[in-house]
Design a protein around this ligand. Structure first.
Ligand code: DC
Length: 215
């Protein structure tokens, strides 16, 4: 038997349902869950807190390399000893995150932390943009979730009460373009990914489909 970690990769754009689905798949399989987007958000948080320009690749990469990051099983995120759980979801971090996530040195640092996380635990349900394509190309199952842009924007809009639908929709489109257009590990479907359009499906239907595919 191989000692390779048993990874279920769940990739896709914002609002495709990744987090809800990945958490449910984690519960049903017993595999631990990792939100890799929260790791990139933590880098953006760390830069903003230090007054570092998110465009300053070298300074941001240094911060990422030295950052003490704890991803709690209950969803809490601690950055250099400070609880950042709420702030990493805020509008400033959301605006800056795709910029820091495009920095190659930041990506390579996060990739090695993600691989170490899965290796230590023997596997996991890992949610992100590049898990199936780059971080774990040998994942036991690669799922790519997608949904119509207006459905994704409506879902996100429900989560952030203080921003208008229009603001959320244009921010989402801007992030999609940055995530898909960057040179280093852009968001795309892996060739062998199981693609699900979640626009008209319930969470239960999506999770059941994934578990069936897992066999
Ligand atoms: O899933 P999310 O919206 O919390 O992700 C935040 C940002 O992090 C997203 O705009 C793209 C980036 N990201 C990435 O580049 N690679 C990942 N594996 C996960 C997220």
């Amino acid at each position: 038997m191989s000692d390779a970690p048993r990874v279920i990769a769940i990739d896709g754009p914002a609002g495709s349902g990744k987090s809800t689905v990945a958490r449910a798949v984690s519960e049903r399989t017993g595999l631990p869950y990792l939100d890799t987007g929260a790791m990139y958000r933590s880098v953006a948080f760390s830069a903003l807190r230090a007054g570092v320009d998110p465009d300053d690749a070298e300074l941001v990469a240094n911060l990422a390399a030295g950052m003490e990051l704890q991803m709690g099983t209950d969803g809490t995120v601690t950055v250099d000893g400070a609880d950042a759980t709420i702030e990493i979801r805020g509008p400033e971090v959301t605006r800056a995150v795709s910029i820091v996530a495009a920095i190659p040195a930041v990506r390579s640092e996060m990739r090695s932390r993600q691989r170490a996380w899965a290796t230590e635990r023997g596997g996991g349900v890992m949610e992100g943009r590049d898990i199936g394509t780059v971080v774990f190309p040998d994942a036991v199952l690669k799922v790519y979730l997608d949904a119509k842009p207006e459905v994704r924007a409506a879902r996100r809009s429900k989560e952030v009460e203080d921003l208008s639908y229009e603001t959320v929709a244009s921010d989402l489109a801007r992030r999609d373009a940055l995530d898909q257009g960057r040179e280093d590990s852009p968001l795309r479907e892996a060739d062998d990914a199981f693609v699900i359009d979640t626009s008209d499906l319930t969470v239960e239907q999506i999770v059941d489909t994934i578990l069936e595919a897992l066999g």
